[in-house]
Design a protein around this ligand. Structure first.
Ligand code: G3I
Length: 370
């Protein structure tokens, strides 16, 4: 395990740039990889990555092995990469991902068995309820059974709720999708039961986004997710955890730790674990040079994680990517000044940034899980 011990005062760096007082006079310090700092508190740390990168990019692979205890593929388990046709499965990418992870002693998280996006073209037609339900059950059963005993957790259903009227006209916020339209609202509980039948032990997760900030939209989202989780538990659906994607915005000031912390407690009161499942902090809207943006990003990581890790039902943190070299945000969220976006703990040269120690510092300060 690479040991990272470094002390660099960035306030001097910022002063040299003639910049104003930083968001928090961050200093890079810490020992051990992020996973070892998490594990010391009974937590885990991991990252998502695109299939093949561990074989294609040695520097990136070394960083993943040094920092992570778990990895999740960004696409390999999705329908558009698993299902070339209705009668076919192509597990080649997923098998390769699982093999590489296990070779390097990394735990694996499956993402995602049911989502309204990343669907193959042949799935666009009108299937009709019974056929769609059978297709969904067969997909989950075949996929989960194949990796039985190898997965730490599965995102069974991803992003089923959206309070915005464009995605849902329902009071429960269930958003329009092939599955809701053709199977009905019971598709969610059915998916969890199918996954449990295929693997009796794996942690089954409901994964969703937009639950962190203090806005009316996020309020409605949190309330709807909590209602869904209560209903699933009341129906006996085997949901074990809530995955909170936590795609954050360094320019967003409406983070209310008290309100966020209460939501975590409400989820935990249902007997559920919580995983921060896709954490990154976009600096797309933050003005200034990289050192200033890095401060803002680090502050956002620290505010989120210092609050989240106080809730003992939070079991781990997964960043969506590990290095700025491969963040999904580059494609979908480019800065107006065309500067590279910097949302992750390592920069594009695999060097730790202020965000790295904001994450490590949150682990170091977290209550120990027994
Ligand atoms: O693999 C093909 C490649 O063969 C082809 O040449 C290329 C053409 O564009 O596409 C490649 O597939 C792309 C894939 O990423 C791998 O890079 C897909 O088009 C692209 O849609 C896919 O985007 C992923 C997206 O989910 C949709 O699956 C992103 O990498 C991934 O970061 C993103 O992750 C989602 C989570 O699953 C759910 N939460 C939000 C998060 C960010 O959107």
């Amino acid at each position: 395990m690479l040991r990272r011990t470094f002390i660099t005062s960035t306030s001097a760096g910022l002063a040299a740039l003639g910049l104003g007082p930083p968001f928090g006079s961050w200093r890079l310090r810490g020992q051990g990889g992020l996973q070892s700092r998490a594990a010391a508190r009974g937590l885990f740390f991991g990252c998502s990555l695109r299939t093949g990168l561990l074989e294609q990019d040695q520097a990136f692979a070394q960083a993943v092995f040094a920092e992570c205890g778990l990895i999740v593929p960004e696409t390999a388990f999705k329908w558009d990469h698993l299902r070339p046709s209705e009668g076919q499965f192509d597990f080649s990418q997923a098998d390769r991902f699982v093999d590489v992870a296990r070779t390097h002693g990394l735990k694996i998280r499956g993402h995602a068995l049911v989502w309204y996006r990343a669907l193959p073209p042949w799935l666009g037609g009108q299937f009709g309820g019974a056929r769609a339900a059978t297709l969904l059950q067969q997909h989950i059963t075949t996929t989960v059974a194949r990796y039985r005993g190898k997965m730490e957790s599965w995102d069974v259903v991803n992003e089923a709720i959206d309070p915005s009227a464009t995605r849902s006209h329902r009071p429960d916020g269930l958003s329009a999708s092939l599955w809701l339209d053709q199977v009905g609202p019971g598709y969610i509980a059915d998916a969890f039961h199918a996954a449990r039948e295929a693997d009796p032990d794996v942690l089954l997760v409901y994964n969703d986004n937009h639950m962190e900030y203090d806005t009316s939209y996020f309020d409605r989202k949190r309330a709807m997710v909590l209602d869904l989780l209560r209903k699933l538990k009341d129906q006996g659906a085997p949901v074990g955890a809530l995955g909170m994607q936590s795609h954050m915005d360094a320019a967003e000031t409406r983070f209310n730790p008290t309100k966020y912390r209460q939501f975590l407690a409400d989820v935990a009161s249902l007997g559920l674990k919580i995983i921060l499942s896709e954490v990154d902090v976009s600096d797309e809207k933050v003005a200034g040079p990289a050192p200033v943006r890095d401060q803002a990003v680090a502050s956002a990581y620290s505010a989120l994680l210092s609050t989240a890790l106080d809730e003992r039902s939070v079991i781990g943190v997964i960043t969506w990517g590990l290095s700025d070299r491969y963040t999904w945000l580059t494609k979908d969220h480019t800065r107006t000044d065309r500067q590279p976006i910097r949302p992750l703990p390592l920069d594009d040269a695999m060097h730790p940034k202020l965000a790295y120690d904001a994450i490590g510092g949150a682990f170091d300060a977290a209550p120990v899980r027994v």
